[in-house]
Design a protein around this ligand. Structure first.
Ligand code: FES
Length: 130
């Protein structure tokens, strides 16, 4: 298994990590199979994701994909952020090894759940796992 330079860059220097005290929305997402887990926090101003941060527990690819999700989402409108896909994250990292492709679900799933939470929409347990 070989990671791209971009993956290693984000793994060794993950962007936007940490919790957020004054968040407007918070979302979780985790894999039952591998146990990887993420919490995402968003700060919204004028419909724009002014800040996006996260805490992730997981493998190299989980850290790198979470970091990339945060850089893609930050500064986007709510609508644009909802359009970010696992493929977008993977492409921005110049690819992921086949067995690590599922890791890109984490950040994207938790981001969507954080936006739901911001909108006051309840997120079920089933929507927080894959
Ligand atoms: Fe499962 Fe990374 S190994 S999310």
């Amino acid at each position: 298994m070989k990671y791209t330079e971009k993956v290693m860059e984000h793994f060794l220097n993950p962007q936007n990590t940490g919790t957020m005290e004054d968040f407007d929305g918070k979302g979780y997402y985790g894999s039952v199979e591998c146990g990887d887990y993420i919490e995402v926090y968003i700060k919204v101003k004028n419909n724009i994701l002014e800040n996006v941060s996260y805490m992730v527990y997981g493998c190299t690819a989980s850290v790198a994909t979470s970091s990339m999700m945060s850089t893609l989402a930050k500064g986007k409108t709510i609508e644009q952020a909802l359009e970010i896909t696992e493929d977008d994250v993977e492409k921005a990292l110049d690819g992921l090894p086949e067995e690590k492709r599922h890791c890109s679900n984490l950040g994207v799933g938790a981001l969507k759940n954080a936006i739901k939470n911001y909108k006051g929409i309840e997120v079920s347990y089933e929507e927080s796992i894959f």
